[in-house]
Write a protein that binds this ligand. Structure first.
Ligand SMILES: [Zn+2]
Length: 263
């Protein structure tokens, strides 16, 4: 027996086994689900979410795509996330990567694969952000293993950037975010310990306070600019250029000062 017949046969056997072990098994599941976990993993057939986490039916809400990505324009992932957080009230959200991930390896190569290249670009963004560390690892295998880990960390951060998580974190019991990596060769899961400060590190840019932060930076720059304008002019004084945001303010000062210099 092979193909779809084998699938259907396996299914009938499984039903028999479940009923034998627990006659109420299907009735209970039919009543509804209250999973505690949301698992975002790779589509790779060697990473079966339930089997590797020891969770049964009803215990884990699952979303899988190539290379366990959290992409902000992916309405499939966002719908799963919103339902899991706002309706099911999951307590833990796991992004699970795995060593030997074909999607990660493809992104690290310079080959074209067709439609999937657009998706892989999201992993190439991870390489760009961590380029220095990535390029310093001379061994090919170790470099790819590290990229798998970095990708998981960045996808956890991507989760934190969504308005769904931002809003949930204002509540009393926001879901905890975790980054795990699965080793296909050993079957073991490792917690990458993505700390809360790593998740909230960029809140001033991505969080709901981001606009306030930008306004604060501009305000501080304007104050500084006014001080500079009112100060007696020093010949070696440089126009401040601490951040791109300050450049505009800096230019205005220079113009109003009439002290714009070349170079
Ligand atoms: Zn994979």
């Amino acid at each position: 027996m092979n193909g779809i017949e084998s699938i259907l046969d396996n299914n009938r056997k499984w039903v028999k086994e479940q009923r034998a072990a627990d006659p109420n098994f299907f009735n209970r599941l039919a009543d509804g689900q209250q999973p505690k976990y949301l698992f975002i993993g790779c589509s790779d057939s060697r990473v079966p979410a339930s089997a590797i986490t020891g969770t049964g039916p009803g215990e884990m809400f699952v979303h899988r795509n190539i290379a366990n990505m959290v992409v902000h324009t992916d309405f499939n992932m966002l719908s799963v996330l919103q339902y899991a957080v706002e309706v099911l009230g999951v307590q833990d959200i796991i992004v699970c990567g795995h060593y030997g991930c074909g999607g990660v390896a493809a992104a690290a190569s310079n080959k074209q694969y067709g439609l999937i290249d657009g998706w892989l670009t999201n992993i190439r963004d991870v390489i760009r952000v961590h380029e220095t560390e990535f390029l310093r690892i001379s061994d090919d295998d170790s470099r790819l293993r590290r990229l798998v880990e970095l990708n998981v960390i960045e996808q956890v951060r991507n989760l934190a950037k969504t308005s769904i998580i931002q809003n949930a974190r204002k509540g009393a019991t926001p879901p905890r975010l975790h980054g795990l990596v699965y080793d296909i060769k050993e079957g073991l899961l490792t917690n990458l310990d993505v700390e809360d400060n790593m998740i909230s590190e960029f809140d001033h840019i991505y969080g709901t306070s981001a606009q306030k932060y930008a306004a604060k930076v501009l305000e501080a720059e304007t104050d500084k600019a006014e001080l500079t304008t009112n100060k007696p002019k020093l010949t070696d004084e440089k126009p401040h250029a601490a951040s791109p945001m300050s450049q505009k303010a800096g230019k205005n000062v220079a113009a109003s000062n009439g002290s714009q210099t070349k170079g």
